[in-house]
Design a binder for this molecule. Sequence first.
Ligand code: SF4
Length: 79
Amino acid sequence: MSPDMKKGTEDVTKPLLTVDRVACTGHGVCATVLPEHITLDEWGYPILDGPIPESVEARLAVKYCPARALYWQYPSVSA
Ligand code: SF4
């Protein structure tokens, strides 16, 4: 987080990790790679603890998701 950001605000220019719940097949690799942000429900599908910012671990979760169900959602631009 940049030093000029106030607590409780999000940096809307950064992408956030998102799960395509239709594509997700519940392999659980994401929870293994990113356990501090992702847990699995009783069927093995991911539960994200909130908006997940970019990090090395988050990029690895995207890379190793076997269903390509994790992706970066970029903020929409509004006028
Ligand atoms: S690794 Fe991919 S397919 Fe497996 S639970 Fe996570 S998002 Fe779903």
